[in-house]
Ligand binder design. Structure first.
Ligand SMILES: NC(=O)c1ccc[n+]([C@@H]2O[C@H](COP(=O)([O-])OP(=O)(O)OC[C@H]3O[C@@H](n4cnc5c(N)ncnc54)[C@H](O)[C@@H]3O)[C@@H](O)[C@H]2O)c1
Length: 340
């Protein structure tokens, strides 16, 4: 049995990854601040192979790393709006937090460190597909903090695996509706419209289940940086795909409103290295993800309105309420906040 430490394991991607690892008989320790609650892990909290600790990775404890085979480091601020709203905490969690986790991984002799990075490090680079050695033009706190995290990972681990993911979509038990596919779908269902700010710009998109499989694969193979972009879309093309899937599903086709606002976060990304070296490749499509999410929305439309599903507005609301640390999760089998 292999043992994993998954930081950020209560998050959108983390809660899918944790389930995959438990299915594959891993022993899993999740460390998470619980910024968006613990509902992502609700139905697995009493799993005998899962422990959850409510804590900040910036205050990592040596005991978390004891006898761990693989550290999957996902914790941190996870998009541009959060980072722009609170750059200080963004740098603290994403850069300093990663440096702490990477250092303690090394000191504990954990053989494998896998970092959740992002294709957003390619910034403005729409003219050709960026490879892992390309450098984009960027000046956004989120992308800068991800580059800093990559550097910290490389400093502490010659064999670190750095996965640069495209923007992720699809159902997770801890849902996010601030990611493009879900945001478009929600807007279409609520208003009959999809608002597109810059139809021309390029972004890669990957299914959340494929992201979880990529982590699992990287726990066994590879070294260095891998782009895991999924498929490159122009945003206007993605909106067309969302609109036509909704129509095929049997609902009214939403209209697409183009605003022609310039957005400098514009990148196309090559997955050539992964295709050459890996025997596993992403399989799932936007259409498949949407079918599942449309089924859920049809069963329970309140699912679309969970206030925790828009990261930046939820954090602002928490700040207004003066909530700095999430209440400890209460179900059995959980460690106390900050404990090992
Ligand atoms: N979702 C995407 O499209 C995407 C794309 C590329 C990369 N990533 C990266 O993948 C990772 C996971 O993304 P996600 O979509 O699941 O985000 P998410 O916001 O749903 O989850 C992040 C989790 O990390 C926890 N966290 C944040 N700061 C922490 C800290 N200091 N200590 C402990 N826990 C902390 C939060 O409580 C949350 O549960 C992030 O590092 C993100 O940058 C995400």
């Amino acid at each position: 049995m292999r043992t994993a430490l998954v930081t950020g394991g209560a998050g959108y991607v983390g809660s899918v990854l944790v389930r995959l690892l438990l299915e594959q008989a891993w022993e899993v320790l999740v460390v998470d601040l619980g910024l968006f609650g613990w509902h992502g892990l609700e139905d697995v909290l009493d799993h005998p192979n899962l422990r959850v600790v409510a804590a900040d990775v910036c205050h990592s404890k040596a005991s978390w790393f004891d006898k761990v085979d693989v550290v999957f480091h996902l914790a941190g601020y996870s998009n541009d709006p959060m980072a722009a709203a609170d750059p200080q905490r963004n740098y603290q969690y994403n850069a300093a937090g990663t440096a702490m986790v990477a250092q303690m991984t090394r000191e504990a002799g954990v053989p494998r460190f896998i970092l959740a990075s992002s294709c957003s490090v390619y910034g403005y680079s729409p003219h050709r597909e960026s490879t892992e050695v390309d450098i984009g033009r960027l000046n956004f706190p989120y992308a800068v903090s991800k580059l800093m995290a990559e550097e910290a990972a490389r400093c502490w681990h010659d064999s670190a695996v750095i996965l640069r993911f495209g923007t992720i979509y699809g159902y997770s038990p801890r849902m996010r509706f601030d990611l493009a596919v879900q945001a478009m779908m929600k807007s279409a269902l609520k208003t009959g419209e999809i608002i597109v700010r810059d139809a021309e710009r390029w972004r890669p998109f990957l299914h959340v289940t494929d992201a979880a499989y990529a982590y699992e694969y990287a726990s066994r193979y590879g070294r260095g940086i891998y782009n895991i972009p999924g498929r490159n879309y122009q945003i206007g093309e993605l909106a067309e795909c969302v609109a036509s899937t909704i129509k095929r599903y049997g609902l009214p086709r939403p209209s697409i409103v183009n605003l022609s606002e310039y957005d400098p976060r514009n990148y196309r990304v090559s997955d050539e290295r992964m295709r050459k070296e890996w025997s596993w490749l992403p399989k799932l499509t936007v259409e498949e993800a949407m079918w599942e999410m449309l089924n859920r929305a049809q069963r329970d439309s309140s699912w679309l309105d969970d206030p925790r599903s828009i990261n930046v507005t939820w954090l602002e609301r928490r700040d207004e309420l003066g909530v700095r640390t999430e209440e400890k999760p209460s179900p059995p089998g959980l460690g106390p906040a900050g404990a090992s």
